[in-house]
Design a protein around this ligand. Structure first.
Ligand code: AMP
Length: 375
């Protein structure tokens, strides 16, 4: 092996990073409390719950990264006394706190919904007065996939919202954005400052969980440049190394940033087959100090998440051009356990594939058979 990269977390993102690393003769180790995690088949798992685990992990690799954005900062602090981590600690700290994140977006002139910090019932009432309704109340830390959120539509919900989330102490109230669609931009920055960006993904959710992404996001030629500019500002400001994701709302007034993830992202899984170099390989290249690969699109791509239950493998693979990625996770309602990549050549093939897929997937997805893609 030429190099070993230690990764905080051992979920499917770590698994796919390690899959991309192996052809480069790069091995990964994982700091993870679950020994049967998806990444376990790909490299050594250092049980995060054991005494001295962090020391063992620091010893296990030359350079470090993460696949879990709630990686404890205390662990990162211990690590950076001895070895380097990409992305930088600061990016992780900011992404773990919605208030810091929004302050950074403001500082870099990246539009965000109007917001207020909330830490008491009184400050929530004041935020409602100042911002108007509806607002989305979110915990500043610890939320994901829409958890830790309350949409306030009427003033008589204030007490209920506070009762549900007030325990968190640090909250953010933000104006409800009436968006037409949700997109994400993913970019990578190398150790030499080189930045490359993948095409925008249009993201569709079902019960708050990403169900599928369409790439390139239809009708996004103008949005691409703007989103690219925003994410480049973030990457350069943070002196970032590795892959960064920025989730955005498309509105009549333009793009609004929702949040950033300092890591590879579910809406970038399409890039394994759909781009010249995937988000996983480019992340590994960046962390290892290697030149970045092209982020160019090979063909319009649809990535469909497998949520809760496995479909029959043979039925998925019988679909023309389909690729199946399973994460070695047990089935559980609402859990992401794999994904399917479709690369249709025209609209008729796309419609046909979506219709067939809707029959194969055990859990109905918000997959429409009249999906739009720019071919
Ligand atoms: P988040 O955890 O911030 O990514 O939010 C989860 C989902 O809630 C987003 O993907 C949006 O669909 C929705 N959402 C979050 N913030 C807002 C907002 N300010 N206005 C409207 N919808 C929102």
């Amino acid at each position: 092996m030429d190099k070993t990269i230690g990764i905080f977390g051992g979920g499917q993102l770590g698994r796919m990073m390690a899959q991309a690393a192996l052809p480069l003769n790069i091995q990964c180790t994982f700091f993870e409390a679950n020994r049967d995690c998806p990444a376990a088949q790909m490299g050594q798992v250092i049980d995060a719950q054991l005494d001295q685990a962090i020391e063992t992990f620091i010893e296990s690799a030359e350079v470090f990264s993460l696949e879990f954005e709630n990686t404890p900062l205390a662990d990162v602090d211990q690590l950076i006394k001895h070895k380097q981590i990409h992305p930088p600690r600061q990016a992780l700290a900011i992404a773990q706190n919605r208030l810091l994140e929004k302050a950074l977006f403001d500082q870099l002139d990246i539009p965000v919904a109007a917001y207020r910090a909330v830490d008491s019932l009184q400050s929530l009432e004041q935020a409602v007065r100042e911002l108007g309704l509806p607002i989305v109340l979110k915990t500043a830390t610890g939320g994901y996939d829409g958890k830790g959120q309350f949409v306030l539509r009427t003033a008589d919900q204030i007490a209920e919202a506070w009762a549900e989330l007030g325990r968190a102490k640090h909250l953010v109230a933000e104006s409800f954005v009436s968006f037409s669609r949700e997109v994400s931009i993913i970019a990578v920055r190398g150790q030499d400052g080189d930045v490359k960006t993948w095409p925008l993904a249009e993201n569709h959710h079902h019960h708050g969980i990403l169900s599928h992404s369409i790439v390139p996001a239809p009708n996004s030629a103008k949005l691409q440049g703007v989103a690219q500019d925003y994410i480049t500002r973030l990457l350069n400001h943070l002196n970032y190394v590795g892959v960064l994701t920025l989730e955005l709302f498309v509105t009549e007034q333009g793009l609004y940033a929702n949040e950033m993830a300092p890591r590879v992202h579910n809406s970038g899984h399409w890039s394994i087959e759909g781009a010249v170099c995937s988000q996983f390989e480019n992340h590994i290249r960046a962390v290892a100090g290697l030149p970045l690969g092209s982020t160019e699109l090979i063909r319009p791509t649809v990535m469909v998440n497998i949520i809760g239950e496995h479909p029959a493998t043979a039925e998925v693979l019988a679909l023309s051009g389909a690729h199946l990625h399973l994460y070695n996770k047990t089935e559980r309602e609402g859990r992401k356990i794999g994904h399917i990549t479709l690369m249709p050549t025209d609209h008729a093939e796309l419609t046909n594939l979506c219709r067939q897929l809707a029959e194969i997937l055990p859990v109905p997805l918000a997959l429409t058979t009249d999906m739009q893609i720019d071919f």
